[in-house]
Write a new protein. Structure first.
Ligand code: PGA
Length: 256
């Protein structure tokens, strides 16, 4: 694989100051700069970003948020802007996660605005796309993920995702223990890369396309062996540092 593998933890709405500290301390011996050749990031609730930025000092770990506002600044009570993420040295932001799309009304258009703002503040977007079980069973997977991808890239272009990433997360595989098979995931990743090539063929070869949905140390390797699967976005298994590092180990092995 010519692309550097990328493993991203998505802690979702979990953790607290003490538990985060314990996670950081237990993982740190392996996360010092130089140990891993793959890229690694941890995406935490916004309140804890500064704790992570401090905690991962002198490591190669990048820190990410899980959402940002679709507005630059102003009277938007409760929102957190991309500029604020940049201000606290946050490197990345997950956008368009299916939980945000289904529970919090993040439409394709809002996700595109958020991605544009994030990139303009040098916070690199990780764009999530994925179909529901119903859409998969209706044979609409490629149509759905292509629509989600295009809605954003038509606004932002491809460059934000050369530094950030795309994450294919079938909704039916998230938190269910039912991962897509490596072959099924690869087929969608290849279709996404073909779609990226329509924007810029050279850049499409550089964009990391991560798989997400019940990735564990036990299934990561076979997923990572697929030619267009460049890493993982990990939810449940990222809550335990040893499981997350086990997944990183598989990604790292591909760089040997
Ligand atoms: P999961 O979540 O690993 O718990 O399936 C992945 C995600 O939602 O990003």
């Amino acid at each position: 694989m010519t692309r550097t593998p990328f493993v991203v933890a998505n802690w979702k709405m979990n953790g607290n100051t003490q538990a985060n500290l314990a996670w950081i301390e237990s993982a740190k011996p392996q996360l010092h700069a130089g140990h891993y050749r793959c890229d690694i990031a941890v995406c935490a609730p916004a309140l804890y970003l500064t704790q992570l930025v401090d905690g991962f000092k002198n490591t190669a770990v990048m820190v990410g948020a899980q959402n940002c506002a679709s507005y630059e600044e102003g009277a938007y009570t409760g929102e957190i802007s991309a500029a604020m993420l940049a201000d606290v040295d946050c490197d990345l932001v997950i956008l368009g996660h299916s939980e945000r799309r289904t529970l919090f009304g993040d439409t394709d258009e809002l996700v595109a605005e958020k991605a544009k703002l994030a990139f303009s503040h040098a916070v690199m977007p990780i764009l999530c796309v994925g179909e529901t079980l119903e859409e998969r069973e209706a044979g609409r997977t490629i149509e759905v993920v292509t629509r989600q991808l295009r809605a954003v890239l038509d606004v932002t272009g491809i460059m934000p995702f050369v530094a950030g990433a795309i994450a294919y997360e079938p909704v039916w595989a998230i938190g269910t223990g039912k991962s897509a098979t490596p072959a099924d995931a690869q087929a969608v990743h290849a279709a996404l890369r073909a779609e990226l090539a329509a924007y810029n063929a050279d850049a499409s070869q550089k964009v990391r396309i991560l798989y997400g949905g019940s990735v564990k140390p036990g299934n990561a390797r076979e997923l990572f062996e697929q030619p267009d699967i460049d890493g993982a976005l990990v939810g449940g298994a990222a809550l335990k540092s040893s499981d997350f590092l086990g997944i990183c180990d598989h990604a790292n092995a591909l760089t040997e």
